[in-house]
Design a protein around this ligand. Structure first.
Ligand SMILES: NC(=O)NC(NC(N)=O)C(=O)[O-]
Ligand SMILES: [Zn+2]
Ligand SMILES: [Zn+2]
Length: 511
């Protein structure tokens, strides 16, 4: 017996070693490159400064190619056509096979809520969700953080709070409120400190220290912004409380979505946009506000409001518009009673409105997409009570920008090129983010690698990095388009469900 054992042992050791070798070899192949254990504090899950990534499908500024991209010290150093071919300086290659490589998404409308409301969201949770979704840059809104970002001093508080907490790059919108519109030195101080532009509300914002602006305040703001050549972004709704609406508010069932919907009709958006386009005529070349730009956030009304914007564009006004994936995905008819996760303003309208909005996206009348990720705490969303009139308005979605847009978009004929234009190139130009938004030589290596054809369920097992996953109306859905890896300035910040240990995103300040 002993003898037999001694004979079998070397043989089995040999077999085990072989098996182990093949297993490791294959699993390395599956991982596509060796995983090296990182020390705490590292910015990247791939510890090389100089490497290539290759795939059969790379969306470059010259179109989709099969080939490789050379990344060196955070920037795109070269692009080589031909799958499997790399330049002579090959050090490390990550071969993604036929996964799709494209520029990272730039989400210009995100409420990160820090400092002051970290129980709602925060720099760490928000930017980790972004990284997990292939979003490599976000631009943070000046509310619902406390204090709101309306002066140089409050921007400094933001920057302090963001230190060592951001996993992707973050730019900041300042706020235009009556106080700094009337005292332009405060506004200039805020712009000098580096906000990419300012945002205002034409209706109550729901946040006490962010009062609404009238069109007169907006004109004051625009005359300052014209000098800086930075945009004004506007929540474009003006309250039009007709008698019948007031009555409905009192009588309708607050658990029915329609009761909320009728309280914020398209005429609110139309009224605001009418006032805005009356002002944007002066932004034309030679006009008194030349250099200023008005950007309408989260357009929901695809009828009269959109027509006003199209007409202003035709005239040559400096105006642009975004919409959000929830207006392109959901329709009011299908929102269940009591499901306040869907409450936002302006509201999600009917299916016909949604289809017209898609048409406008595909025809290029909508300039870009953004999430308007605006969570709160579950208690304020009133998930248990299900009261649409009292619940906080805001959709929680940041991590799902890409799969949600793609899932609905592909059914409407959206191409991968259009998707990237709407989520990367256009937002980069709009927010003045040089060196971002395209895979082009010299640009930041801000990249998402994803599988457009892969479907997955957003179930309880799915790794969601939002602060409050239960608030997202997308939970429970089946989506197309799985994010594999995300690079920010060459750092592999997210891979296969894991984040890099250190938060190495940088704040982006306008100069
Ligand atoms: N204070 C907010 O975050 N409001 C947001 N709320 C929404 N959209 O329902 C917004 O962007 O208007
Ligand atoms: Zn808004
Ligand atoms: Zn918002």
């Amino acid at each position: 017996m002993d003898k037999l054992l001694w004979r079998v042992l070397p043989l089995s050791t040999l077999l085990i070693s072989f098996a182990l070798f093949f297993y490791l070899h294959n699993s390395n192949n599956a991982e596509l490159y060796p995983i090296i254990k990182l020390a705490e504090g590292e910015c990247s899950l791939f510890p090389y400064d100089h490497y290539w990534i290759s795939s059969k499908r790379i969306l470059t500024s010259q179109g989709i190619i099969s080939g490789s991209v050379e990344i060196n010290e955070g920037k795109i150093a070269s692009i080589v056509e031909g799958y499997g071919k790399q330049g002579s300086s090959v050090q490390q290659v990550i071969d993604y096979g036929d996964a799709f490589i494209m520029p990272g998404l730039i989400d210009v409308h995100v409420h990160l809520d820090e400092p002051g409301r970290t129980e709602w969201e925060g720099f760490v949770t928000g930017t980790r969700a972004a990284a997990a979704g292939g979003v490599t840059t976000v631009v943070d809104m000046p509310l619902n953080n406390h204090p709101t970002t309306v002066s140089k001093e409050t921007l400094e508080l933001k920057l302090e709070a963001a230190e060592n907490k951001i996993y992707v790059d973050v730019g900041f919108w300042g706020g235009l409120i009556p106080e700094n519109a009337q005292n332009t030195s405060i506004l200039e101080g805020l712009l000098d400190a580096g906000v990419l532009g300012v945002k205002s509300f034409m209706c109550p914002s729901g946040i006490n220290d962010f009062p609404m602006t009238t069109i007169e305040h907006i004109k004051e703001g625009l005359s300052v912004l014209a000098k800086y050549k930075r945009p004004l972004v506007v929540h474009s709704e003006i309250q039009q409380d007709s008698k019948s609406n007031l009555e409905l508010k009192g009588n309708g069932d607050p658990h029915a979505y329609n009761t909320y919907l009728v309280t914020r009709p398209p005429s609110w958006e139309e009224a605001a946009i009418k006032e805005l386009v009356d002002v944007t005529k002066d932004t034309r070349i030679g006009g008194t506000l030349e250099g200023a730009h008005v950007h309408i956030v989260h357009l929901s009304d695809s009828s009269a409001s959109l027509d006003l914007i199209k007409e202003a564009k035709r005239r040559g006004d400096s105006i642009s518009v975004e919409t959000a994936p929830h207006y392109l995905t959901f329709s009011s008819e299908e929102i269940p009673d009591r499901d306040t996760r869907y409450k936002c303003s302006p509201p999600i309208r009917d299916a016909l409105n949604k289809e017209k909005l898609w048409e406008a996206v595909l025809d290029g009348h909508i300039d870009l997409l953004s999430s308007d990720h605006s969570p709160t705490v579950p208690e304020l969303k009133l998930l248990k009570e299900g009261d649409f009139l009292k619940a906080w308005g805001g959709i929680s979605s940041l991590q799902f920008d890409l799969p949600v847009t793609w899932s609905s978009g592909k059914k409407h004929g959206l191409t991968l090129e259009q998707l990237s234009l709407l989520w990367s190139q256009k937002p980069a130009t709009f927010a003045g983010l040089e060196s971002k938004g395209a895979i082009a030589i010299g640009n930041h290596a801000d990249i998402v690698v994803w599988q457009p054809e892969v479907e997955f369920d957003l179930d309880d097992d799915y790794p969601v990095f939002l602060k409050h996953p239960s608030l997202s109306a997308y939970m429970g859905r089946r989506l197309s388009g799985k994010v594999l890896d995300t690079f920010v300035r060459g750092n592999l910040v997210f891979k296969d469900g894991k984040h890099a240990p250190a938060a190495c995103g940088v704040p982006i300040l306008a100069k």
